[in-house]
Design a protein around this ligand. Sequence first.
Ligand code: ADP
Length: 431
Amino acid sequence: MSALVLGCIADDFTGATDLANNLVRAGMRVVQTIGTPNAALDAGVYADVDAVVVALKSRTIAPEQAVAQSLEALQWLQAQGAQQIYFKYCSTFDSTPAGNIGPVTEALMDALATDFTIATPAFPDNQRSVFKGHLFVGDVLLNESGMQNHPLTPMTDANLVRVLQAQVARRVGLIDYRCVAQGDAAIRSRIAQLRSEGVAIAVVDALSNDDLLTLGRALKGMPLVTAGSGVAIGLPANFCIAPSIAASHLPKAAGHQAVLSGSCSLATNRQVQAFINAGHSALSIDPSRIAAGDDVVAQALAWAKPQLQLHKGPLLIYSTADPDAVKSIQGRLGVQAAGEMVERTLAAIARGLVQLGVRQLVVAGGETSGACVQALNIQQLQIGPQIDPGVPWCYALSDVAAAGTSGLHLTLKSGNFGSDDFFSKAFTVLA
Ligand code: ADP
């Protein structure tokens, strides 16, 4: 672990993977941990890691808890030797006047004894740009993007200087696009000027990847960076790390292949259909049978076992359904109860599949992925090659597998990510 240079704290699980994916593409060797580990990374398995991303679930919890969890992650990252800390939040700046972006930023600044940091969710490749401190999602302002109706973190103001100022005691300022366009020396001068004026946090404009790369150079040596995942593309070069295929190298894949899908998003519905149309084996899980008390897990594993033994290629087990079917079961059981019931079932099937020798597993659905990772008792993921934007293959150890064969290739796809042929393509990328 002596190589670790960048320590990252992400406020949710799929956001952590998004950040890790950007760092890998910029040349870093990255491990993502599920929560703050209670021991050092296993040097035998994860030698020569450049960055660690600690995935928290702190975006919408109480600010005091988010602060406590983030400080715990910081301490662990510092103990591993991290030279620079990156606090990663959502590219739509998901937060409320109570937090958690502001309070966590200030707590990290206090702990690092630093008087200045930046804040920008800009990620032009993903349609997020910041202009004069205002966040645009595609062509519209944040507060017209649909985010104004978010159930937990409604974003009703696109002016990030104002949004962040409402969350912090320190003064918030702006480094605008004209300054960024003049280069990293101009950004550094602007930072010195803001500092002298008593500004502690600067929102930074960025309209293109070039802006992010310029900003990255100006952030060399800054103890704390706060951003979406976009800024990550400009940081590895500060540590003399250049993009390379080697960064995404994972151990060789072996074992059976399976897809588990609990996402009901439009993209996943298309992916399930495309996989079936391509002639692969698929089994649909009916939530009403789970609710009726059938042993759906045993039935699914009994269906899968002979096919896996015959090495018939990837198979799919899915609860993915169209909106009408989902609404119908939710109407009977309640939204929360239906979701948790299906998640528990798919997670138990994931365990069973790994016990049957599956070592290449695609999981579709953010919550579903969380449930499966937990059921497989996975604590750390090494990040590998990208399948589609934001979705890399990962490698993890699971003690659910037979001793000596605990290595598992895993990809965790959040609902709307990935092309229609994602489920087949994933295995081709790994091969
Ligand atoms: P996404 O990333 O698309 O949002 P998630 O896994 O996060 O996917 O969320 C999907 C939710 O829907 C999960 O709680 C899952 O258990 C639930 N679910 C899956 N299939 C069904 C179904 N057929 N009926 C009702 N709920 C379902």
